[in-house]
Ligand binder design. Structure first.
Ligand SMILES: [Zn+2]
Length: 296
């Protein structure tokens, strides 16, 4: 299986401290939008209902330092080296420099070079963490970054704030040659996906899976198999995907959470999520498995 989007790229050496920001790749964000130089729109339709169109190409600024931004820099983080080139993440507040624009990462998927796209996902999460942990969550004192570790520490009460990763499980339920797909009210119209939910304190992944499935669609599952995991930077999740078998129960969508849920034949699938997400990789793999079984 090829690497999922946002997986650590080969040739990347993480690091969190450098004496002085200098020449390298700059991942400059304003909120969750990345600064890129880009070409004209690609006329081909996108595979993501949340993205109207994608540019034909996009590239990161390769610059000597951040002075060229000509605007206030709110924070700068050193990310390490990619292929021997230093990488920096920064957040700014002002307008983009001439020739550049702000774009969401979904728009840049499969457009920006894969390794840089992966680091952009990491940079987005680290910028968000740095922004949210300038003050101690326990005593309110200003925190300080450490040089040898990615952590912000409170000098008054010593509380450490590491970048937060929130684990979430995803379940694709199979019943013979059908799969269960559902719609959240937040999905673009017409799109269905696998079930997913955040892990609660005290739960194992398997327990979370059984609870989420029972809550969201009211069915019972068995034969749970691990599929794969994906770092998901919207805003800081770890998606852990499983395939499981239906064992009993009829679909009862959870009010407010699930707008609609159905069993789908693999030859009559609805609109699916973009290839940016593990959800799509999971659905494609199980669909292929079912089609393969049918041939034999
Ligand atoms: Zn404190």
């Amino acid at each position: 299986m090829s690497e999922l989007p946002f997986a650590t790229p080969s040739g990347y050496e993480p690091s969190c401290f450098t004496e002085q920001p200098g020449e390298g790749h700059w991942f400059v964000f304003k909120g969750d939008q990345l600064l890129v130089e880009m070409g004209p729109p690609d006329p081909r339709p996108t595979d993501d209902l949340r993205v109207r169109s994608r540019p034909s190409w996009a590239r990161l600024p390769l610059q000597k330092n951040h002075n060229w931004l000509g605007t206030e820099v709110l924070r700068t983080l050193y990310l390490g080296r990619l292929g021997g080139v230093d990488c920096y993440a920064a957040e700014v507040a002002g307008e983009p420099p001439a020739g550049f624009s702000w774009q969401g990462l979904r728009t840049l998927f499969s457009v920006l070079e894969d390794a840089q796209f992966a680091l952009a996902g990491r940079a987005l999460q680290l910028i968000d963490w740095d922004r949210s942990h300038q003050f101690c969550g326990r005593c309110g004192s200003p925190t300080e970054a450490k040089r040898d570790e990615r952590v912000r520490v409170c000098p008054a009460c010593k509380l450490s704030a590491y970048p937060r990763v929130a684990p979430a499980v995803m379940a694709l339920i199979r019943r013979k040659n059908q799969i269960l797909l559902a719609r959240s009210p937040h999905f673009p119209p017409g799109m269905y996906s696998a079930l997913a939910g955040f892990v609660e304190p005290g739960e194992s992944l398997e327990q979370c899976l059984a609870r989420e499935v029972a809550e969201e669609v009211g069915v019972q599952i068995s034969n749970t198999r691990y599929f794969a995991s994906q770092s998901w930077p919207f805003p800081h999740s770890m998606m852990i995907a499983f395939v499981c078998e239906w064992s009993s129960g009829e679909i009862r969508p959870q009010a407010g959470e699930i707008e609609e849920a159905n069993w789908f034949e693999v030859l009559q699938l609805p609109q699916l999520p973009s290839k940016i997400s593990i959800a799509r990789r999971l659905i494609d793999a199980v669909v292929e498995e079912i089609k393969g079984t049918n041939v034999v």
